[in-house]
Ligand binder design. Structure first.
Ligand code: ADP
Ligand code: MG
Length: 254
């Protein structure tokens, strides 16, 4: 299996408190990897470091055959402002800005691609609607349409199905399967172990540090999950400060 991203002793701290601690391993090209672990395990922090939203040195996060700017990233839903006054079609077209540039205007082809993407996510005819008028499931479909337009070989998703209805979740899981069939790499934070077993060949279970990383069937064992939960209970009792080594500090990142 070919590596697409390798992590070397990745440690990420907020004000000296490590959120991700000495994580090493490999994400494989063309595979779907689930990142799982309790709340506060550092899952979102790790994804943000991979896409460059928080600093991580090139020696910690190494890319193979892909540039950081070519990654498609869907952040955790709570962070997205839906009062922003744009239409569904324009929201999808934002996936195209790297090709067109911010002020490049929208070509007929891009518009047609956006319409086609809306059809693929089950939102035919929704283009002119305001994004604020959609249900959370419909809005999540819009964000997946935007990823379709980005046409990226590496797709990172942070809890794409939290608070999303079952029908939308099933439809979007099929889209993920299709991306994998097309040879893309998918890395997604998930909480539902059934979804992980059925759609993700590999898993990274973390609780600040890596508990297990490999084939999903080997990672999702009762012993591993218990270990991750026990570690989470421990953080609540004593919030540790890392003195083991000096790492870049993230001040007020979000
Ligand atoms: P997860 O996504 O696994 O729930 P996060 O990566 O969001 O975990 O958070 C990991 C830890 O880092 C938590 O203890 C969280 O409180 C802390 N954290 C996350 N973001 C910030 C921030 N911007 N400033 C300070 N601490 C943060
Ligand atoms: Mg998170």
């Amino acid at each position: 299996m070919k590596p697409v991203i390798s992590l070397h002793n990745v440690t990420l701290s907020y004000h000296r408190h490590p959120a991700v601690h000495h994580v090493s391993g490999t994400f494989h090209a063309g595979e779907a990897t689930a990142i799982i672990g309790p709340n506060g395990a550092g899952k979102s922090t790790l994804l943000k470091a991979i896409v460059g939203l928080i600093p991580a040195s090139d020696s910690m996060v190494q890319f193979h055959g892909i540039a950081k700017k070519d990654i498609a990233f869907l952040p955790q839903a709570a962070n997205i402002d839906r009062t922003f006054p744009i239409s569904v079609l324009d929201a999808v077209l934002l996936g195209n800005w790297r090709k067109s540039g911010w002020f490049g205007g929208v070509s007929k082809t891009a518009r047609a691609e956006a319409e086609a993407a809306l059809i693929k996510v089950g939102l035919e005819g929704f283009g002119p609607r305001h994004i604020g008028s959609l249900s959370s499931g419909q809005f999540q479909r819009v964000l997946f349409a935007r990823i379709l337009l980005q046409n990226s070989p590496l797709i990172l998703l942070d809890e794409p199905f939290t608070a999303i209805d079952a029908r939308t979740t099933q439809d979007l899981l099929h889209l993920i399967d299709h991306w994998r069939y097309e040879g893309r790499t998918i890395i997604s934070v998930l909480h539902d172990y059934e979804q992980v077993k059925n759609h993700f060949s590999e898993s990274l279970l973390m609780a600040k540090e890596c508990i297990a990383w490999g084939p999903t069937t080997e990672v999702l064992t009762k012993a591993n999950l218990q270990k991750a939960n026990a570690m989470a209970e421990n953080w609540i009792e004593n919030a540790a400060v890392c003195h083991r080594d000096e790492q870049p500090q993230v001040e007020g990142a979000h």
